[in-house]
Design a protein around this ligand. Structure first.
Ligand code: XIL
Length: 450
């Protein structure tokens, strides 16, 4: 029997009042950013940075608010620092280092000896000359930054992919033999004894032939006193190369050799809940390994990611916090969601939401969620609704939904056309749900604005 009209109106009014949730606005309270939450766990949370974006206020604002470590994305590589022999150019890298120092951020030096982004003059040298060029490069670059770098990727990506466990072909391996790695580390230690010296690689994130080869090298170095302090795991993930199930175990076995481990170039292609879960798992793996001292994501925003089309980072191209951000922050023990203000470095982007059940029939109902910007304009919003199983959302309009693995928690981001709202302005999205025998109203979560 249908509800009498007046009762139905009263019911709707109660629903509206009960489900109107005000987002927390951004405050500087501890542990509401990635960096502060990681610091609470004795770790850093960093990002790769490109010097040419530092002038963009949303980029610098997000960087400065969220991260406490940086890695220059390209500016310290051989082609950037010594494009011609013995002529060193540090301008762009210096810009990143001084920005980081001004913000009390750690800097990871990346990278001294790598086969890629290597100027052709280096590849053309004979063995004797190459050895002195390599040692000179390490010496000059490390001298320049002495005292400013907490850790250097001394050697990057020296091993082959696949099952061989061999070094990859490179001017260094081909002309100097496998001893080049040891030589690079010994030279590095002599230049700056206070910097941590790391080996860094990809596809070494789980236990496999490549990581076994790196493991054997580190074990050998430790047993012979070759100076090595840390191993970096790049952690570039996508559906073809997912987060390995033995990720934590692999980090742990390296740590057990007596080195620190770090996640150095984390990005995970995907979106929504699946991406969020992957980020959460990576953060938890690091926290579970005592010697995992920090994590670095490979960029601030999807807009400038080297794999932009895979949207692999924590902030979308409008600097809005993604579900992956919330998941990473929660895994770090941070204070949850709310207050996304990346596109609004003033820090006051907020929104509120309310819900109404707009029509009902035997097996279904329509819901409408109204999103209202707070006292500042916003560039994006995210709302979560939790449905009582076995209810299912059959269709949704004016928003972009994603679901968690249980299928009952729906996260809705703005559609491409209704994310930007003036202060106090509203928009709404709607959906049709199948009751499947359960007539409950979904629970509305807080609104997150960016
Ligand atoms: C990438 C940068 O992100 C790109 O901008 C550049 O064009 C190529 O290099 N492993 C590394 C990083 O150690 O230096 C690489 O960075 C990504 C893979």
């Amino acid at each position: 029997m249908p509800m009498p009209r007046r009762a139905a109106q009263a019911f709707t009014a109660v629903l509206l009042a009960a489900s109107t949730v005000t987002a927390l606005s951004h405050t500087a309270a501890a542990a509401d950013t990635l960096g502060s939450a990681a610091a609470g766990k004795g770790r850093y949370f960093g990002t790769a940075v490109a010097a040419n974006h530092l002038g963009e206020s949303a980029y610098a604002g997000t960087l400065d608010r969220e991260f406490n470590q940086v890695t220059p994305e390209n500016e310290m590589k051989w082609d950037a620092t010594e494009g011609s022999r013995n002529t060193f150019t540090f301008g762009n890298a210096d810009q990143i280092v001084s920005h980081a120092q001004g913000q009390n951020m750690k800097v990871r030096g990346h990278t001294l000896v790598w086969h890629s982004q290597l100027p052709s003059w280096v590849s053309g040298l004979g063995a004797t000359d190459l050895r002195s060029a390599m040692n000179n490069h390490i010496t000059q670059v490390m001298q320049h930054y002495k005292g400013k770098i907490y850790a250097w990727d001394v050697v990057n990506e020296a091993y082959q992919d696949g099952s061989s466990g061999a070094l990859r072909s490179s001017p260094f391996a081909d002309k100097l033999g496998s001893g080049f790695i040891e030589e690079a580390f010994r030279t590095a230690r002599s230049v700056d004894p206070n910097a941590k010296l790391c080996y860094n690689d990809y596809n070494t994130d789980g236990v496999n032939a490549k990581s076994n080869a790196v493991y054997a090298m580190v074990k050998d170095f430790k047993s012979r006193g070759v100076p090595i302090d840390c191993v970096g795991f790049q952690s570039h993930f996508n559906p073809a190369s997912p987060v390995p199930s033995d990720y934590q175990a692999n980090l742990q076995r390296f740590a057990d050799l007596g080195v620190d481990v770090q996640i150095t170039e984390l990005d995970i292609e995907g979106s929504g809940t699946a991406q969020a879960n992957n980020y959460s798992n990576v953060v938890k793996a690091c926290l579970a390994v005592t010697r995992c001292t920090g994590l670095t994501v490979w960029g601030v925003t999807d807009k400038y990611s080297w794999r932009s089309s895979g949207t692999p980072l924590l902030f979308d191209s409008n600097y809005g916090k993604k579900p992956a951000y919330d998941a990473a922050l929660a895994a770090l023990g941070g204070s949850g969601t709310g207050g996304g203000d990346g596109g609004n470095p003033g820090g006051n982007a907020t929104c509120t939401v309310s819900f109404a059940r707009t029509s009902d029939w035997n097996d279904g109902y329509n819901g409408e969620v109204t999103v209202k910007a707070g006292s500042a304009p916003i560039n994006g919003w995210t709302v979560t609704l939790t449905f009582a199983p076995p209810q299912k959302v059959a269709s949704l309009w004016n928003g972009t939904p994603s679901w968690d693995s249980s299928g009952s928690v729906m996260t809705v981001r703005a559609a491409s056309y209704n994310g930007s709202l003036a202060a106090g302005a509203s928009t709404s999205f709607g959906f049709t749900a199948a009751k499947n025998g359960n007539n409950s109203t979904p629970t509305l979560g807080a609104c997150t604005a960016s």
